[in-house]
Design a protein around this ligand. Structure first.
Ligand code: GLN
Length: 195
């Protein structure tokens, strides 16, 4: 059984826990370095990335998460979690930092106030079983994809919304709120392979 953690500083921790438990994973909430050290993979939830960043630094979690990423721990970030995994971001507030790891530039709140939230069906590279129903909530957008990252899904206008790089996976949308399990399954496959 894969033992995975959810970074539980802020955001939609419970939704990820439900999906991962339904897929048979053992799930722990991670707030401290010792809790991170006990898991084989980590989910960074959606929420507010500037708050997750502040709390991560206040709880002395920034360094340990960066070290875990550098050591190859599988990590899946949704929305704010994608922002936290980006090497570079635009629209940061208050000296906001990220964990980094993904060779991408991400623009925060890229869809503006008029289309704050929307849902759409997206084809995802390598997924069987039809399109993904994707829920975007004050979502970020990947505005540059570096050499090391691979695009998994884009909007009809070409905007990149899902990427992977080695053991890192990130989506600008929230599969955990729409009953979509294939990203979590892919993450758990990576955890099993790494463990
Ligand atoms: N707008 C949020 C941020 O910048 C992300 C929104 C989300 O996670 N649903 O962190």
């Amino acid at each position: 059984t894969p033992h995975v953690g959810i970074l539980a500083l802020q955001g939609d921790v419970r939704e990820h826990a439900q999906v991962l438990r339904a897929l048979g994973a053992e799930v722990s909430l991670v707030r401290r370095p010792t809790e991170l050290a006990a898991v084989d993979g980590l989910v960074i939830p959606g929420g507010e990335s500037s708050v997750i960043d502040k709390l991560a630094r206040a709880f002395d979690m920034q360094g340990p998460v960066r070290d875990a990423i550098a050591a190859g721990m599988p990590v899946y970030g949704t929305c704010a979690g994608m922002i936290m995994l980006a090497d570079r971001i635009t629209g940061a507030i208050d000296g906001q930092e990220t964990f980094g790891g993904l060779d991408i530039v991400v623009a925060r709140n890229a869809f503006g106030s008029q289309v704050d939230s929307f849902e759409t069906d997206l084809a995802v590279d390598g997924f069987d079983g039809g399109p993904v129903h994707a829920t975007f909530i004050r979502a970020p957008l990947v505005t540059e994809v570096g050499e090391r990252a691979t695009v998994l899904a884009a909007l009809p206008d070409g905007g990149v919304v899902a990427v992977e790089q080695g053991s890192l996976l990130a989506t600008a949308f929230h599969p955990e709120v729409s009953g979509e399990v294939r990203f979590h399954e892919r993450f758990l496959d990576r955890v099993r392979a790494a463990a």
